[in-house]
Design a protein around this ligand. Structure first.
Ligand SMILES: [Ca+2]
Ligand SMILES: [Ca+2]
Length: 393
C-alpha cells in the first residue's frame, strides 16, 4: 500500500484477512469509512513486527479493528508505532500478542481515545493490551481496556501521562497483571477512571507507579476521582507508589474490596473513601455508578487545577462505552461517577438526526431534576452536552 505524505486512505467496513503493511509516509489518515474495517492478520506480519508498522509521523487511525497479530518472536502488535505522533480514535484491538506497541520516540505525542482493547497478550507477561515506551506524552481517554492476557491493560513509560475517564477491568476471569502500569513514573494525571481487579489476576496490584525506578524527569502523580474495585478474594494492593516518588496526591478515590489502599510511599491524601458498601448500581455487572444511598455522594472536594488543567473530571465513561458530561450537583462525589438526583440515575442510548441529516448516537443521562443529552461528535468522537433541561421533580 504505497501512500504519499498527507494522504487519506479509506477502508471499507469489511474483513481484510492476512493483510500486513508498513506505512512510511507522514501525515496519513487511515480510516474505516463506516463501521470498523477489520485487519485480521492471522499471523501475516510486516517486518516480523505486526500487522501495521507505522514509520511516518503524525498518523491518524480511525474506525479500524485489529486482531490475530502474531510474529515469530511472540511480540507482534496490531499497530507497531515507530514514527512521531499518533492518534488512534474509535478503534478495537483484540486477540493480538500486543494491541498497540509504541517504541521509544522522544518527541512523540500519542493520543488514544474511544478505543477498546480486549484479550491481547501472548501470555508471557511481556505483551500487553497497550505498551507505550519512552515518548514525550501519552493521553488515554474514554477507552475500555480489559482481559489482557497475563500482561497489563495499560502500560506506559511516557514522560508525561494523562489517563482520563477510562475503564480498565479484569472482569470475572481476566488474567491481567496491572490495570495500569507506569514503571518509570513520569508527570502523571490519573483521573476519572474505573480500575477493577478480578479473582484470576496474575498479581495482586491494580495500579503501579515507578516500579522500575523513577527515571522519567519531573515525576509526580495525581490520582483523582477514580473508582477502584478489588474482586480478588485474598486481598491485594490498590496503588503501589515507588518509595522515592517526589510528589503524589490521592484524592476523591473510592476503594472497594479487600486489600491495602496505598503502599510504598505516603502521598498527600484526602477525601478518599474505602467501603465494602459503596452503593453501586450493579456491582456484579461492573456498573459502578452510584445509587441514591451511596456513602460516596457529596463526600469529595474540589481537587483544583494542575498547570491550568482542572483535575476534577468533566466527563464520565459509562457502560457499555458512552462518554457523557459529568453532572455537577453539590460537592463532588467520590469516585469516577457523579450521582445526579434523588430518584436514581439512569442512562439510555438512542440516535437522532442532526440538522444536517446525519444520524448520531445520543446518550440521555437522567436523574432527579435534570436531563443531559450528550451527542457523540462524528469528527472527534467525543461526547458533548448538547442540551441540559429541567424537568419536574
Ligand atoms: Ca492485578
Ligand atoms: Ca455531588
Amino acid at each position: 500500500m504505497a501512500a504519499k505524505d498527507g494522504d487519506t486512505v479509506a477502508f471499507s467496513p469489511v474483513v481484510f484477512t492476512g493483510d500486513a503493511a508498513t506505512w512510511s509516509a507522514s501525515n496519513l489518515v487511515l480510516r474505516g469509512t463506516a463501521a470498523y474495517a477489520h485487519l485480521k492478520a492471522q499471523g501475516v506480519n510486516a517486518g516480523g513486527k505486526g500487522t501495521w508498522v507505522i514509520k511516518g509521523n503524525n498518523t491518524v487511525l480511525e474506525n479500524l479493528e485489529f486482531s490475530e497479530a502474531s510474529v515469530p518472536d511472540q511480540n507482534g502488535a496490531g499497530i507497531r508505532q515507530e514514527g512521531d505522533n499518533l492518534t488512534v480514535r474509535n478503534c478495537f484491538f483484540h486477540d493480538n500478542e500486543n494491541g498497540i506497541l509504541a517504541g521509544d520516540a522522544a518527541n512523540s505525542d500519542i493520543l488514544i481515545e474511544r478505543t477498546e482493547f480486549a484479550r491481547n497478550g501472548f501470555g508471557d507477561g511481556y505483551t500487553h493490551n497497550m505498551y507505550i515506551n519512552h515518548v514525550k506524552s501519552f493521553t488515554l481517554r474514554y477507552c475500555y481496556s480489559h482481559h489482557a492476557k497475563v500482561g497489563h491493560n495499560i502500560k506506559t513509560r511516557a514522560l508525561r501521562n494523562f489517563i482520563l475517564c477510562n475503564r480498565s477491568l479484569d472482569g470475572t476471569d481476566g488474567t491481567g497483571s496491572y490495570e495500569l502500569d507506569l514503571p518509570n513514573g513520569g508527570y502523571t494525571v490519573i483521573a476519572g477512571n474505573v480500575f477493577q481487579q478480578g479473582a484470576a489476576t496474575e498479581n495482586p496490584t491494580l495500579v503501579s507507579y515507578g516500579e522500575e525506578g523513577l527515571t522519567n524527569t519531573g515525576s509526580a502523580v495525581q490520582i483523582i476521582n477514580n473508582t477502584f474495585v478489588n474482586d480478588r478474594p485474598s486481598g491485594g494492593t490498590f496503588i503501589v507508589l515507588a518509595a522515592a516518588t517526589p510528589s503524589a496526591r490521592v484524592m476523591n478515590n473510592l476503594f472497594v474490596g479487600p486489600g491495602t489502599l496505598i503502599s510504598g510511599f505516603i502521598p498527600d491524601s484526602s477525601a478518599n473513601l474505602a467501603t465494602q458498601s459503596p452503593g453501586f448500581l450493579d456491582r456484579a455487572g461492573f456498573d459502578y455508578r452510584l445509587a441514591a444511598a451511596s456513602p460516596a455522594i457529596d463526600k469529595g472536594a474540589d481537587p483544583g487545577r494542575l498547570d491550568g488543567m482542572a483535575l476534577l473530571p468533566d466527563m464520565q465513561f459509562l457502560p457499555p462505552g458512552q462518554v457523557l458530561p459529568r453532572p455537577v450537583k453539590g460537592p463532588p462525589d467520590i469516585g469516577a461517577f457523579e450521582y445526579d438526583g434523588s430518584a436514581g440515575i439512569g442512562y439510555r442510548q438512542a440516535s437522532a438526526r442532526s440538522a444536517k441529516g446525519q444520524v448520531q448516537d445520543i446518550g440521555v443521562l437522567y436523574g432527579g431534576g435534570r436531563l443531559f443529552f450528550g451527542a457523540i461528535d462524528p469528527v472527534d468522537g467525543l461526547g458533548r452536552t448538547v442540551r441540559h433541561s429541567l424537568k419536574s421533580e
